[in-house]
Design a protein around this ligand. Sequence first.
Ligand SMILES: NC(=O)c1ccc[n+]([C@@H]2O[C@H](COP(=O)([O-])OP(=O)(O)OC[C@H]3O[C@@H](n4cnc5c(N)ncnc54)[C@H](O)[C@@H]3O)[C@@H](O)[C@H]2O)c1
Ligand SMILES: *[C@@H]1O[C@H](CO)[C@@H](O)[C@H](O)[C@H]1NC(C)=O
Length: 309
Amino acid sequence: MDMRDVNTFLCILLEFLWTLLKSNYEVIKAMIRVIFPPEPKSVKGDVVLISGTAHGIGREMALRYARLGATVVCVDINAIGNQETLIMIKQEKGNAFKYECDVTNRSAVMQLAETVSKEVGDVTVLVNNAGIMPCKPLLDQTEKEIRLMNDLNVNAYLWMIQAFLPSMIRRNYGHIVSISSMAGIMGFKNLVPYCGSKHAVRGIMDALAVELRNDKRDLSGIKLTTVFPSMVNTGLCHKPRIRFEKLLKLVEPGDAADAIISAMRRDLNEVTIPQDLHYANRYVYRLLPIEAARLWTDFFDAGVDAHDD
Ligand SMILES: NC(=O)c1ccc[n+]([C@@H]2O[C@H](COP(=O)([O-])OP(=O)(O)OC[C@H]3O[C@@H](n4cnc5c(N)ncnc54)[C@H](O)[C@@H]3O)[C@@H](O)[C@H]2O)c1
Ligand SMILES: *[C@@H]1O[C@H](CO)[C@@H](O)[C@H](O)[C@H]1NC(C)=O
């Protein structure tokens, strides 16, 4: 070994120790955040654009963001339901706009971004929420169903990010929330393509975080939150099956919306709904060998039964 090698070795060793120290610091910080959660940030003055606001969790989030003083931009393919949401917000004296848009259509999404920027202003919070869930054995799912589902659950999320991230980057300010699912963490029967799409959402958000972090510009003002709901009582899930209903309750859409907004306002990277599933998944399920984990999922027997729409 000559001097140069020794030097390189010492540099790497120092960097390793420095990383170890910083990583431990982050672990401690995370533990403290669990005990003393950070104060929620204000969304007053934010322009919050949500997809899928005509019904379900999307509508509930729109109502709540408006109550918090945000300007809400309601986007849905269903104009009638979206109008109802707008009226509900207006009745509470909230500030909202509505746009009819098929978010699977990339040019429609790009046009939407232009119109909203002119009529409302820069979107500072994007909530990717619209999704569908075809529910039957894989061999019974048609090409059309599967393509539409991926177009909405995956591609539309990407189009929306491409449309609304640039203004967030310009201001180094913004928040992107994407709704995945427990089906984005583990597999369920009758949901093979859907599980794929929700795993994709998780991957997209994780990769986006890495990309923003590695950008030469300072983009630390752009926050990301990925949401993993279990079963929510919106009708999306036609035939939910839960063995221990007291333990794993069917969540009401309003409660899901509360949990999502609370996580977003605390800049949490991810949130599971109900919250305790986070620990079940992260610290129990993932640590077991797959066969053992499967036995426990059999025991809890949660999932959805097949249905014809
Ligand atoms: N309900 C659940 O049990 C559950 C569980 C986990 C995750 N999720 C996820 O939460 C999100 C919201 O689910 P929900 O139960 O509130 O659904 P929902 O069916 O109640 O509402 C979905 C909304 O999306 C709209 N939409 C459909 N296609 C569209 C398109 N092409 N362009 C624009 N809007 C469109 C619909 O008109 C509807 O208003 C979805 O991504 C879903 O996968 C739901
Ligand atoms: C997609 O949106 C564009 C722009 O609004 C529209 O002209 C086009 O017809 C749409 N395409 C489809 C397939 O609906």
